[in-house]
Design a protein. Structure first.
Length: 306
C-alpha cells in the first residue's frame, strides 16, 4: 500500500519529498488514532494522499502549522501562516518588553488565523498586552478564536451594538473592512482610539502577479487574503491597504506618541510603503527588516524620532 501511495505523491514532487510528506501524514494519523493504523486510518491516509495529489496544500491536509512554539489550526480558505511572518513576529517580540505593570495595547489588522497577536501574546509576560484583531472574513475570525482557545489565550468577539470591554480578554476579534475610510471610528467606539503597537500582514500581491500564482494557492486560499488591490485601484501595485492605512493613522491619530507600526510588505514595495509612512502617516522614522531569505519583508515606522 505505502509503495502505491508514495508513487501517487511522487508524480507531483521528488521521491524524497513525497516520502517525507507521507511520513508526516502517517504521524498525524497515528496521533489521531492513538498510535495504531486501523483500516479506518488507512482509508483516511489514502484520502489525504489523493487530496495532496490534487494539489491541496499539505498544511490544510494535516490541519495545523507550527508558528514559533505554537501549533496553529489551519483550514481553507484562511491563509496558512508563512515562515517569513513567523520570523519577523519573533523578532518583534524581542524588540518590545511590555510588562504587567505597564501593559501595551495592540492593533492587528488583517489578522487571518490570529498568528501574529497570538504568538506575541504567548511570548510576552501574562497580562502585559492586549490586542484588537480585525479581519473582513468571518471564517478567519472563527479560526483565530479557535486558535486562541487552543493556545490558552483569553478571547472574545466584539459584538455589533453591544458594548464590549476591550480589556476583558487578551484578544478581541472585530469583523470589519479596514479599507473603509472611517473604519477607525469602530475602534474609538470600542474605547480604544490609539495603540502602542500596530501590526499588519495585509493582502499585497499585485493582480499581474496573482494571476501567475501557483493554481493550488488560488484554489484553496481566499483571494481576499492575497490580492493587494481588491477594487483594481492604485495602478495595480498591490498597495491599496498601505495607502488607506497611512491616511487613517494620521487622520485618526491611531498611534500613541511612543508607538510603533510593523507592516509586512511584498517584493519591491518597501520604498513606497516607507514613503507613505513618512509623508502620509507623518511618522518620524522608518526601517526595513529583511526575511531569512534576504528579501526586504517588513517596514517598521515610529512616531517619535527615537
Ligand atoms: C495576507 S493574510 C494575513 C493573515 C495573517 N495575519 C497572517 O499573517 O498569516 C490577509 C488577511 O487580511 C484579510 N483582509 C483582506 N482584506 C481585508 C479588509 N479590507 N479588511 C480587513 N481584513 C482584510 C483577509 O481576510 C486575510 O485574512
Amino acid at each position: 500500500m505505502y509503495r502505491n501511495l508514495l508513487a501517487t505523491l511522487s508524480a507531483s514532487m521528488s521521491r524524497s519529498h513525497a516520502s517525507r510528506e507521507l511520513k508526516w501524514m502517517r504521524e498525524s494519523l497515528c496521533t489521531e488514532f492513538n498510535g495504531t493504523l486501523t483500516p479506518e486510518s488507512v482509508k483516511t491516509l489514502e484520502d489525504m494522499v489523493s487530496r495532496r495529489a490534487r494539489g491541496e496544500p499539505l498544511q490544510y491536509i494535516l490541519g495545523s502549522q507550527p508558528f514559533g512554539p505554537l501549533d496553529l489550526i489551519v483550514r481553507p480558505p484562511t491563509l496558512i501562516p508563512r515562515p517569513e511572518t513567523e520570523d519577523w513576529t519573533i523578532r518583534l517580540a524581542g524588540e518590545i518588553s511590555p510588562t504587567k505593570a505597564s501593559p501595551i495595547t495592540m492593533l492587528d489588522l488583517c489578522t487571518g488565523s490570529g498568528c501574529i497577536p497570538l504568538l506575541l501574546n504567548y511570548l510576552w509576560p501574562s497580562g502585559s498586552n492586549h490586542a484588537i484583531c480585525v479581519d473582513v472574513s468571518q471564517d478567519a475570525l472563527n479560526l483565530a478564536h479557535e486558535n486562541a482557545v487552543r493556545c490558552g489565550i483569553s478571547v472574545e468577539f466584539a459584538n455589533e451594538g453591544s458594548p464590549t470591554s476591550t480589556k476583558s480578554a487578551s484578544i478581541l476579534l472585530l469583523l470589519d473592512d479596514v479599507l473603509r475610510s472611517n473604519f477607525p471610528e469602530r475602534l474609538a467606539n470600542l474605547g480604544e482610539p490609539s495603540f502602542d503597537l500596530i501590526t499588519a500582514n495585509p493582502p499585497y500581491i499585485p493582480l499581474a502577479e496573482y494571476v501567475n500564482l501557483n493554481s493550488t494557492v488560488k484554489m484553496y486560499e481566499d483571494h481576499r487574503a492575497l490580492l493587494g488591490d481588491p477594487n483594481h485601484t492604485c495602478h495595480g501595485e498591490g498597495l491599496s491597504f498601505y495607502r488607506a492605512f497611512a491616511t487613517q493613522v494620521r487622520r485618526y491619530d491611531l498611534l500613541k506618541d511612543c508607538g510603533m507600526i510593523v507592516l509586512e510588505v511584498g517584493e519591491n514595495q518597501s520604498d513606497e510603503v516607507q514613503r507613505l509612512m513618512l509623508n502620509d502617516a507623518k511618522m518620524q522614522r522608518t526601517a526595513v527588516w529583511r526575511d531569512p531569505w534576504g528579501k526586504e519583508r517588513v517596514v517598521v515606522a515610529w512616531k517619535s524620532t527615537g
